[in-house]
Design a protein. Structure first.
Length: 345
């Protein structure tokens, strides 16, 4: 009796020809579910004689496998049919969907432009680590341990280490030290990079920002060389006619030292919040490299002299694009960044 049922259902499975997904589902419910035909046959199989189990067991397993393969083939058939129908219903004459073209960040744009300007003067790009020791960040640059000038830069310290503390660099001047320690004059390089200072965040300051510093060391380098280099840089970046002035200042690593101002590009010299009503904006500090710094770095100050300068890229970008709040650079507001989409990646 069980043998006849197996043969009957095997023929039915073989001849079954579904016309729709619903027919395939009906096949599954009849043969493959927990209370389906094949499960019932296995229940009957438990009561047959041991002599019949070997033959009937084989036939029953083949029946189950045939039902599973039949259902799988039906699923693949209808899935392929649906995919074909979907493709055929697409209107290929419709216009394609547009996509947004990216842009460079304004800080990256200005950094690249600064680098290109100084490359015209023979400067190469040098880089160094953002985590520095006290020697490269302070001491080699003429900051003795108790020097009050250390208070000018509120530092993020990472580790105390026997007088050579580890900290996030406060300026890229540390790259200048590494360059002079590991080479021989002449040096002519700029050092762009990110720096960190523990400052209150405002429209004019942030706890991290970007700098470009420069160093030129050779025989007979003078302050006149420094002034002409920076004058050329300003005219190239901000345009001909940009006014420049130098003011005496103090930095531990240069002597004499100066700060350089340009006429405010936002108010055109009339006075605004950016220039604090003066019509001038300070964009960089500069000066002749202090002989002590040269000596600390293994350069003979009796034979060589040099100049150094450093500027904040955010400040320069503020002026170039007339942006009044540098916090916009790090807030990732797409409304702000989309203004630079004309500058393709």
């Amino acid at each position: 009796m069980l043998h006849e049922k197996i043969a009957q259902y095997a023929a039915e499975i073989k001849q079954f020809a579904p016309q729709s997904q619903e027919d395939a589902e009906a096949f599954r419910l009849k043969f493959l579910v927990a209370k389906g035909v094949i499960r019932n046959l296995f229940e009957e199989f438990k009561s047959v004689s041991p002599e019949q189990k070997r033959t009937l067991g084989k036939d029953l397993n083949e029946l189950k496998l045939a039902a599973e393969l039949k259902y799988k083939a039906m699923q693949e058939q209808f899935a392929a049919s649906q995919a074909t129908q979907k493709v055929n219903t697409d209107d290929l004459t419709l216009p394609g969907e547009g996509f947004v073209i990216g842009s460079r960040h304004p800080l990256s744009l200005v950094r690249k432009e600064i680098v290109e300007i100084f490359k015209k003067l023979g400067f190469v790009v040098a880089e160094g680590p953002e985590i520095e020791d006290d020697w490269h960040n302070f001491t080699a640059l003429n900051f003795p341990p108790e020097h009050p000038a250390r208070d000018m830069q509120d530092t993020f310290f990472i580790k105390k280490q026997d007088g050579n503390d580890i900290a996030l660099r406060t300026h890229t001047s540390s790259v200048q030290v590494r360059m002079m320690e590991n080479g021989q004059p002449p040096f002519r390089a700029i050092m762009p990079g990110r720096v960190y200072r523990n400052e209150a965040i405002s429209a004019r300051a942030h706890c991290f920002f970007h700098q470009v510093e420069g160093l030129y060391v050779d025989e007979n380098v003078s302050f006149a060389d420094l002034k002409q280099t920076l004058y050329f840089f300003v005219q190239e970046l901000f345009g001909d006619g940009t006014k420049v002035r130098f003011r005496p200042s103090y930095f531990p690593f240069t002597e004499p030292s100066a700060e350089m101002d340009i006429s405010c590009t936002i108010c055109k010299g009339k006075g605004c919040a950016m220039c604090k009503g003066s019509g001038w904006v300070e964009i960089l500090g500069c000066g002749m490299v202090d002989p002590n710094v040269l000596e600390n770095c293994g350069v003979d100050p009796g034979k060589y002299s040099g100049y150094a300068f450093g500027m904040g890229i955010e400040r320069v970008t503020n002026l170039k694009y007339e942006i009044k709040d540098l916090r916009l650079f790090s807030e990732n507001d797409v409304r702000f960044l989309r203004q630079f989409e004309t500058e393709l990646i």
